[in-house]
Design a protein around this ligand. Structure first.
Ligand SMILES: NC(=O)C1=CN([C@@H]2O[C@H](COP(=O)(O)OP(=O)(O)OC[C@H]3O[C@@H](n4cnc5c(N)ncnc54)[C@H](O)[C@@H]3O)[C@@H](O)[C@H]2O)C=CC1
Ligand SMILES: O=C([O-])CC(=O)C(=O)O
Length: 353
């Protein structure tokens, strides 16, 4: 009996589904086919995808129309998260990878790698207290990136970001794959918090507010530039003090409220997707995509610093200057640089030791 070509295709698709593991080429064919008529779609991997950030981040990326293939890697529970998300009727094809032996398959061919792998804080800890465990995790994962997708954009979330980004840079340098434009430490949550808290004070909708947050991602290194808030606004000294402290301690506020159950996960997943989407729009060639991120920088004497960057086809294509600072911000900048210098050096020394 003859089947129509349409029926043949349906049978082939069913057969592919019944195979316990679809091979890479059929996954990619399906993804390409799904993306037909729209944008070609990007291939995105999340490392640490079964965690507190990883799960909601994976869900939101599964909903992102710019994503055609979504690889979910973790050392535990990634098959369950993958099965769950794969039932969502959105375009991205989801595939799970479990444990170190599957890291290379998870990374091969990726355009964007998002890394929220590692342990979170408990009350009383600083982000730097996570260094001993997370430095090694980030090193191993970045070695995988250097080997399997050296041209991918990397969004690094694992703390302490002020040290893990320098670690990643050293790993890539060692492998001969380092391109500073493609390595971005994610500080979007600081901007998201700043927009929210400033909007509360001004009585505005947070979606109308934009606060540049520069420096790094820990304590005094988080420096909101309230003098550059959009729409242009002025703050009393008390408001400036309140807002700066609240933005700098936003992470600790969540850690304490969660009382031992971890740190920000849902707001972080939201922030990570906001940033990843901006990176993908940049990769697609959209003009004027600007976000704050912790990147290799010549804005200060430090080798890394968070400022606004313009995202394009090759990553952070332009790193913006700080712009005019008021006296309060100039004092804050000096404090931020002092702490950042030590954290950056600690990261570099971890690889060079
Ligand atoms: N950049 C930022 O603004 C923020 C950063 N973070 C940081 O993100 C990291 C993750 O936080 P959560 O998701 O809440 O932690 P979590 O403990 O809930 O999840 C971490 C996940 O990483 C996985 N993992 C551990 N070792 C791994 C390895 N070698 N390879 C792959 N996966 C591995 C774990 O199995 C777990 O599923 C923490 O370091 C936290 O401090 C958290 C909030 C904001
Ligand atoms: O505070 C933490 O440990 C997690 C984090 O980086 C944040 O929420 O900004």
């Amino acid at each position: 009996m003859e089947f129509s070509s349409d029926a043949n295709q349906r049978i082939a698709r069913l057969a592919a589904h019944l195979q316990p593991q679809m091979d890479e080429s059929s996954i990619l064919r399906r993804a390409d086919c799904r993306a037909k008529g729209g944008s070609p779609g990007f291939k995105v991997a999340i490392l640490g995808a079964a965690g507190g950030i990883g799960q909601p981040l994976a869900m939101l990326m599964k909903m992102n129309p710019l994503v055609s293939v979504l690889h979910l890697y973790d050392v535990v529970n990634s098959p369950g998260v993958t099965a769950d998300l794969s039932h969502m009727d959105t375009g991205a094809v989801v595939r799970g990878f479990l444990g170190q032996p599957q890291l290379e398959s998870a990374l091969t061919g990726m355009d964007l790698v998002i890394i929220p792998a590692g342990v979170p804080r408990k009350p009383g800890m600083t982000r730097d207290d996570l260094f001993n465990i997370n430095a090694g995790i980030v090193k191993t994962l970045c070695e995988g990136v250097a080997k399997c997708c050296p041209n991918a954009i990397v969004n690094l979330i694992s703390n302490p970001v002020n040290s893990t980004v320098p670690i990643a840079a050293e790993v890539f340098k060692k492998a001969g794959t380092y391109d500073p434009k493609r390595l971005l430490g994610v500080t979007t949550l600081d901007v998201v918090r700043a927009n929210t808290f400033v909007a509360e004070v001004l009585g505005l909708d947070p979606r109308e507010v934009n606060v540049p947050v520069v420096g790094g991602h820990s304590g005094v290194t988080i420096l909101p530039l309230l003098s550059q808030v959009k729409p242009p606004s002025s703050f009393t000294p008390e408001e400036t003090e309140y807002l700066t402290n609240r933005i700098q301690n936003g992470g600790t506020e969540v850690v304490e409220a969660k009382a031992g159950a971890g740190s920000a996960t849902l707001s972080m997943a939201y922030a990570a997707v906001k940033f990843a989407d901006a990176c993908l729009r940049g990769l697609r060639g959209d003009a004027g995509v600007v976000e704050c991120a912790f990147v290799a920088s010549e804005v200060t004497e430090l080798p890394f610093f968070a400022t606004k960057v313009r995202l394009g086809r090759t990553g952070a294509e332009e790193v913006y200057q700080l712009g005019p600072l008021n006296e309060y911000e100039r004092v804050g900048l000096e404090k931020a640089k002092e702490e950042l210098a030590g954290s950056i050096q600690k990261g570099i020394a971890f690889i060079k030791k």
